[in-house]
Design a protein around this ligand. Structure first.
Ligand code: PSU
Ligand code: MN
Length: 307
């Protein structure tokens, strides 16, 4: 392990890869602790790492352990965060100094993973979906810090859009205001995580990893401070039926309202309800899309490294 400073360490494998300019893809841990149940969460995290390695790219799963950000978790460390589950502190930008100061076990959101990736020198990050503007967000002001981070931190996030537990239209408006390119991968539409369609068209599309890499390269050349979203729809065979998922989401939102769930608890609550109601179909779809995003992120990182 190499310490970048007192609060962040890189695994030897990640450090060596970055030192010689080899492609690296980062991965978040909130999806492990809060997004999926044990043991599927750990199995998925390890499968995703394998998917990336098989393409000759180094994976860097990122979390907070014992008061340090660890970039490149070992299998045992992934297992530890997976077993902690909801007991791990879901860590976004505002939480990070506190979690480090208290020596807590923290799982990192998209926001926190972007921060750590950038500190380490990693440009590509694969996950399932980003946070966004919540439904009723115009009243509650519940807008994920992920959206602000995307306009501040130069990391490309390869994901399947945002879940329709969120207000996808307002999420796209917010990203536009923040100057964040949101580019469809082989699609003209923003995907809605479990489904390939959301009804919201995207003004940008790329069809190859090379094109995605060139967009990122140009944004760097223009000194853009922020990152970008590469929106990669779930493979057709793993997509959910939109009626089934819409019904599950509507029921989950009602439950959340009735039980008074708000703030950082809302997304994990909705995810668990949806998985229960769809009897695991949503979990299967979730696993498939994350692995698909990891493979695409690896291909983009490879294309970027070739220059
Ligand atoms: N969306 C998902 N699964 C997740 C998350 C989002 O489909 O696990 C996690 C990600 O870590 C994301 C975070 O960064 O939730 C957003 O949380 P909030 O809305 O509290 O910012
Ligand atoms: Mn929130």
């Amino acid at each position: 392990m190499k310490e970048l400073n007192q609060y962040i360490r890189l695994s030897n494998e990640v450090r060596d890869a970055l030192q010689c300019g080899a492609p690296v893809v980062s991965l978040e841990t909130t999806i492990i602790s809060h997004g999926m149940p044990y043991p599927q969460n750990v199995e998925t995290a390890l499968a995703v790492e394998d998917d990336i390695r098989r393409r000759g790219v180094i994976p860097a799963t990122i979390g907070v352990l014992d008061g340090k950000i660890a970039v490149g978790l070992s299998r045992e460390e992934i297992e530890r965060i997976g077993k902690e589950g909801l007991r791990a502190t879901k860590t976004s930008r505002r939480d990070l100094p506190y979690v480090l100061a208290k020596g807590l076990t923290g799982s990192m959101t998209v926001t926190a993973t972007m921060i750590a990736s950038h500190l380490a020198g990693i440009s590509f990050f694969a996950t399932g979906g980003i946070g966004g503007v919540h439904r009723q967000g115009e009243n509650t002001m519940d807008i994920s810090a992920d959206l602000q981070e995307l306009s501040h931190t130069p990391v490309a996030v390869i994901c399947s859009g945002a879940k329709s537990i969120l207000d996808i239209g307002r999420t796209l408006e917010y990203l536009e205001t923040g100057g964040v390119p949101v580019v469809g991968y082989q699609t003209d539409e923003m995907p809605a995580f479990y489904t390939r369609e959301s009804g919201f068209r995207l003004p940008m599309r790329v069809d190859t990893p090379e094109e995605a890499a060139s967009l990122f390269r140009i944004a760097r050349a223009l000194s853009y401070p922020g990152g970008m979203v590469v929106a990669n729809p779930v493979p057709p065979e793993d997509a959910m039926d939109s009626e089934t998922i819409d019904r599950a989401i509507a029921n989950a939102l009602e439950d959340a309202e009735r039980e008074g769930i708000t703030g950082k608890e809302i997304s994990p609550f909705l995810l668990a309800r949806i998985a229960a109601e769809t009897e695991g179909d949503s979990l299967r779809s979730n696993i498939a899309l994350v692995r698909n995003n990891a493979r695409l992120a690896a291909d983009i990182a490879l294309a970027y490294a070739k220059g």
